[in-house]
Design a protein around this ligand. Structure first.
Ligand SMILES: [Fe+2]
Length: 204
C-alpha cells in the first residue's frame, strides 16, 4: 500500500492519499482544499485517483472535493447521512475496493451525524472522531456526546491496539499514534460511563 499523510498548514487538516501498489488506483481522503498538492502527489507516485472519501461533511475536510472530482473523474464517497455533494453513499460495514485494497467503513457519528472512520490494513483513519491525545468536539450543530461515546467506546477502542491512528487534524504532539497508546494515554478515552462522558464533554 502507498499511504501518504499530508498536513494542510492553514487549517491543520490532514489529507491522505491511499494507493494500491499493484493497480496504481488510489483514494484521496479529505482533500481539505489541497487539490494541486494531491494531484501532484498522485502524479509523482503514478496513481490514478478513483475515489474521494470524506470522513464527514464539515467544509474544512470537503473543500476541493468537487474540483478534485472534475480533475480526475473520481467519485465522491460520504456517509449516506451527509448533505454535501456525494456520488456514492456508504454505511457502516461497507467495503470500498481500490484495486486490491479494501477500505472498511466504520460509522462513527458524534462530532457530526455523518462521521465515518476508515480501516485499511493496519491503519485507522479517524476523521474528527479521534485525534492524537484528544477527541472530536460535540458542541457544533448536530454534534452529540452520546453518539461520540458510542463511536469511541463501542467501536474504535474495541479494535486492535496495534492499529495506527491517522486523524483528521494535527492536534496532537505527533501526526499519528497507535490505538493502544491512545487508549492508555488519551485523557478522553479514560474509562467512563456514557453519562460520565457526556458530563465530561460538557465541562471541556
Ligand atoms: Fe469536523
Amino acid at each position: 500500500m502507498i499511504f501518504i499523510q499530508t498536513l494542510v498548514e492553514t487549517s491543520r487538516n490532514f489529507t491522505y492519499l491511499i494507493g494500491d501498489e499493484k493497480t496504481r488506483l488510489a483514494a484521496a481522503v479529505d482533500p481539505a482544499g489541497a487539490v494541486d498538492r494531491i494531484l501532484k502527489l498522485a502524479e509523482d507516485h503514478g496513481l490514478k485517483i478513483i475515489y474521494i472519501i470524506n470522513t464527514h461533511s464539515h467544509s474544512d475536510h470537503t473543500a476541493g472535493s468537487r474540483e478534485l472530482a472534475s480533475a480526475t473523474n473520481a467519485k465522491i464517497i460520504m456517509h449516506a447521512k451527509a448533505g454535501a455533494t456525494k456520488h456514492l453513499p456508504v454505511e457502516d460495514g461497507d467495503v470500498i475496493s481500490v484495486g486490491e485494497l479494501k477500505i472498511k467503513v466504520i460509522y462513527t457519528p458524534g462530532h457530526s451525524p455523518d462521521g465515518i472512520s476508515l480501516l485499511v490494513e493496519d491503519k485507522l483513519l479517524t476523521g474528527d472522531t479521534l485525534f492524537v491525545g484528544e477527541c472530536g468536539r460535540t458542541d457544533l450543530p448536530r454534534g452529540s456526546s452520546e453518539e461520540l461515546y458510542n463511536s469511541l467506546f463501542g467501536k474504535l477502542v474495541k479494535l486492535d491496539d496495534e492499529l495506527e491512528v491517522y486523524p483528521g487534524h494535527d492536534y496532537g504532539d505527533k501526526p499519528n499514534s497507535k490505538l493502544g497508546y491512545e487508549k492508555a494515554h488519551n485523557y478522553t478515552l479514560k474509562p467512563r460511563s456514557q453519562d460520565e462522558f457526556v458530563r465530561f464533554m460538557a465541562e471541556d
